[in-house]
Design a protein. Sequence first.
Length: 116
Amino acid sequence: MAELTVSNALTQMKAKNLDKGKYADGRGLWLVKSRKDAGKWILRIVVDGKRREMGLGPWPDVSIAEARESASEARKKLRQGIDPIQDRRTQRSRLNRLTVGRIYGSPTSSWPALTW
């Protein structure tokens, strides 16, 4: 017998009316509400045999549709053998590694010569 999985269990109105708690949307996507008017999206995944939780953003700033799309992209990376949490960390660290050369271009080409 085929296993039934719930998918897209939440709607915007349903999420808005839920009290504090954890609520499954399906396929590992959870809405974790800290208050009636605030919460966060979490994707539960298994990476290298370990269960991990990946944050997908604050609710209601991140809509259900956006959270589902982000979850779908993370699951796609998993199927390709990529850890989506580590991949995101790597991408963020690349963005944070700004150097003077990247900001202003090559120091020898646009900076005035220093004379003492």
